[in-house]
Design a binder for this molecule. Sequence first.
Ligand code: PAF
Length: 285
Amino acid sequence: MLIVHTLSELRHALRHAERPAFVPTMGNLHAGHLALFAQAKPLGDVTVASIFVNRLQFLPHEDFDSYPRTLEADRTALQAVGCDVLFAPREQDLYPEPQTFKVLPDPALADLLEGEFRPGFFTGVATVVMKLFAAVFAGKPHGVAVFGKKDYQQQMVIRQMVRQFALPIDIVLGETQRAEDGLALSSRNRYLSEAERAEALQLSLSLRALGRDALAAAHALPQQLPALEAAAMKALTTRGWTPDYLTVRRRTDLLPAQAGDGDGALVVLGAAKLGGTRLIDNLEV
Ligand code: PAF
C-alpha cells in the first residue's frame, strides 16, 4: 500500500486509475470502516482511503484536539484489507489557506437533527468531502465512494451534493456494523468507561423500541409520535443520559413521519450524551 500526503503525490499515485473506489475516514479505524473497504474493493480499479480529522466539522467545544489519531494502527489495518493507496494529508496539504469558500448543504436537510445540535457540521463535512472528491476523482471518467449508514444524515447530504453537482461518482452505502451486544461501532466508543460501555447499548435498544411503537401506531402516527418520542427520551434521561433527539423520520427527507408511513419508509434516529461522550445511532424500520 502506498501512503501519500500531498495532492500532487495522490494524483501521481492515481494517474492510471479510471475508476477509483474511495472510502473517506477520520481514522481510528474499526471493523465498521473495514467493512466499507471490503465493499469498496471490487467496485473500482484502485482502492483509496483517506484519513483526515477535519477541523471544519467540529464546533469549538467539541473533541477535535482529542479525536483519536492512530495512523500506524490504521495503516496496518488498511494494508490487511488490501487498500492500494492511503491519502493522509496534513492540515496544510488540504487547507493551505483558510477555507473561506464552503459547500453549503440544503438547510431543509442539513439544519435538522445533527445540524440543529451541531450547527455548521454538514457544511464542514460537505466542504471537505468535495475537496477529497476533487483530489481523488479529478480527471477520472467515473468513481465510487462508500459511506456508512451509521452517519445516516451525512450520507443523505453527500448523495444530494453529488446529485445536484452532477459529480460522476456513485455513492454506495454500507450497513452499520455492531458489537456483539448491538452497540454501533464508532471511534468515539473508545471514550467510554467500562460502566458506560455496558450502558451504551441502551441507545440502540431505545431506538428499536421506539421503532416498534411507531409501527404499531400506524395511521395515528402524527398524533402519537410526539408522545412516543418524549417517552423514549425520558426513559434514557432517567438512566443518566442527556438525549439530543430520539425521533422517527421518513427515509426520503428526514421529515417527521406521516400517517400511513409504515414498514420500509421510516428511520429511527437518535443522538445522546453518556457522560462526556456523544453517541449517535439509527435503525431503518
Ligand atoms: O464520516 C466521517 O468520518 C467524516 O465525516 C468524513 C466523511 C470522513 C468527512 O470528514
